[in-house]
Ligand binder design. Sequence first.
Ligand code: SF4
Ligand code: SF4
Ligand code: SF4
Length: 306
Amino acid sequence: MSVDRRDLIKLLLGTTVAGSVVGRSKEARGEKGSKESVVPQVACLVDTTLCIGCRKCEDACNRSNRLPRPKQPFSDRHVLRERRRPNAAAFTVVNSYPEGPSRTQLDRDETFVKFQCMHCLDPACVSACIVGALTKTEAGPVVYDADKCIGCRYCMIACPFEIPAYEYLDPTTPRVRKCTFCVDEQQHNAANPACAMACPVEAIVFGERSSLLELAHRRIEGNPARYRDHVYGEYEVGGTSWLYLTGRPLAEIDLLELPDDAPPRLTEAIQHGIFNYGAAPLAFYGGLAGLMWFTSRRNKKSNDND
Ligand code: SF4
Ligand code: SF4
Ligand code: SF4
């Protein structure tokens, strides 16, 4: 009987409880940034009241990550009106939000918002990844190791910001794709993200998270008419490494209203409840071993054919 990868994933999901993306213990997650971390966390502050929607950050990200060039040039600003999300070919996108629903022209009354992976302090994608392909580095970036990834896509289900994308069009070596924080592969540190470097109006500021939070609150206090009294990402889902200032209600500009609790805490609570009796993990990891065997066998077959 032939069984394909999709059937095997369904089988795995059937042996566990749906939605109980398997969180691993804090220790098992290894490198981890958290509010208690002693290593200074890097971050970016996006001031949406400064952004002019030039898309230079998108262009810089595309070049920096050697992504395929889009059909329309980055100078084409019409796409700003689409409700785009980051995808496998664009790790960051900028959307525009007019003040009123009837406005049709791009003008100064619009708010532009840049989206990318938020590099959460307690990332649900890391918690969900059962083989450690995603890790939270001490300095803040959430990094991905394609060599460890088995393509289960739990991270995509787990991410509260709907960020990880999958290279569905690549039949040979599909990867999960998302913003890398322009991480230095050797140091696992983020330094001078290409998007922040490219921004002509300093709508993106890179630095230590604690300093950026101080800066954000100073801006709010200094100009309460311009800003809402809320730094988005300071507490959402346990805090994120990308922070936002805005003058508009979150719902109007597609910044998701999320609880302060980090999703991994919830998934771990579910996991502990489910797995206390041992049978489920055995079934799950047995199935997982099967999936890994199936993947390596398929790769070997493909190599042999080549
Ligand atoms: S935004 Fe999503 S993909 Fe990025 S770190 Fe948070 S959970 Fe992971
Ligand atoms: S930090 Fe780097 S990878 Fe992330 S959006 Fe900016 S340019 Fe792209
Ligand atoms: S480069 Fe700066 S101003 Fe231009 S769209 Fe990106 S964040 Fe906005």
